[in-house]
Structures are given as structure tokens and as C-alpha cells.
Design a protein around this ligand. Structure first.
Ligand SMILES: [Cu+2]
Length: 162
């Protein structure tokens, strides 16, 4: 083989992965966005974090049934707790969390679901998950928010359908 042919092969060996890698990344992006349903939280609005006590829907935090099998959790995070701390829904419910932070950056993470967002003061996060399996789901802050960050947690209790 002449040296020029070898150089040609080396060039091809470099070009092919450089085409395959971005295609692979694009496929991974499309699968996570449309197949698995992982999204960047949308801009669900802004609020004044110093006036949450008088700003709807955060003036009445809690769990609200909005339709049969559909619930809305209006949640406020603050050092070092979530309000509400405990959420009870029947199995098979679709739950939308509308959440924000009163003070510093917190996180809202529920393992084994698609709920995983940062809660920024003044920024409203809106995320939805379906809870099919009965059981207790921990609800944790996964953004370091100060000395008692590790105690900041709550739970979602999914009750079996009667
Ligand atoms: Cu926190």
C-alpha cells in the first residue's frame, strides 16, 4: 500500500467517529425529550418571593384536586422545609407541582419519578408526574441550601385505590 492510501484511511478513521458522535448525541437528546419525557422546566411565571403570603397560588399552599385523578400541589420551599411537607394522593393520580422558593435556591426531587427541578426564588417551576404504584415517595431538596439542608425533606404518600 502506498503511503498516501494509508493517510487516506487514517483520515477516514477520524472522520467517521466525528460524524457518529453528534448523531449519537442527537438521538440521545430526542429519546430523553420525547421517549422518556425529561424536560427543562418551562417558564411557568415569576413571582415576588417576598410577597408569597399574598400571591396566588402560594398564599394557600397544599394539595388540591383539580379533576378526577388529577391533583395540583402548590408548594413553597424555604430553609429548611417544604410546605406542604406531606402529600397524599390515590394511586393512578397525575400530580402537577407548582413550586417556588421563598428564600434561597432549593431543589425538588422525587426519586423514581420525573420530578427533578431547581426552585429559584421568584421563579415558578411547574412539573407533572403520574403516581401509579402505592407507597411512600421521599421528596428531597437536592440543592445545598445551608447548614440544615440534609433535614429538608417531605413525602408523597400514594394510597392504594379502595
Ligand atoms: Cu433546600
Amino acid at each position: 500500500m502506498r503511503p498516501s492510501n494509508t493517510a487516506h484511511l487514517y483520515e477516514l478513521a477520524w472522520i467517521l467517529p466525528s460524524i457518529a458522535l453528534p448523531i449519537g448525541m442527537l438521538v440521545a437528546l430526542v429519546v430523553t425529550a420525547f421517549g422518556v419525557g425529561v424536560h427543562v422546566p418551562g417558564d411557568a411565571g415569576r413571582v415576588d418571593p417576598t410577597k408569597l403570603a399574598t400571591t396566588a397560588p402560594f398564599d394557600k399552599p397544599g394539595v388540591f384536586q383539580v379533576a378526577p385523578g388529577r391533583y395540583e400541589v402548590r408548594m413553597v420551599a424555604q430553609i429548611w422545609s417544604f410546605t406542604p411537607r406531606e402529600i397524599r394522593v390515590p394511586a393512578g393520580s397525575t400530580v402537577t407541582f407548582i413550586a417556588t422558593s421563598r428564600d434561597v435556591v432549593h431543589g425538588l426531587f422525587i426519586p423514581r419519578t420525573t420530578i427533578n427541578v431547581m426552585l429559584l426564588p421568584g421563579q415558578v417551576a411547574r412539573v407533572t408526574a403520574r403516581f401509579d404504584r402505592p407507597g411512600e415517595y421521599p421528596l428531597v431538596c437536592h440543592e445545598y441550601c445551608g447548614i440544615a439542608h440534609h433535614t429538608m425533606a417531605g413525602k408523597v404518600i400514594v394510597e392504594p385505590r379502595s
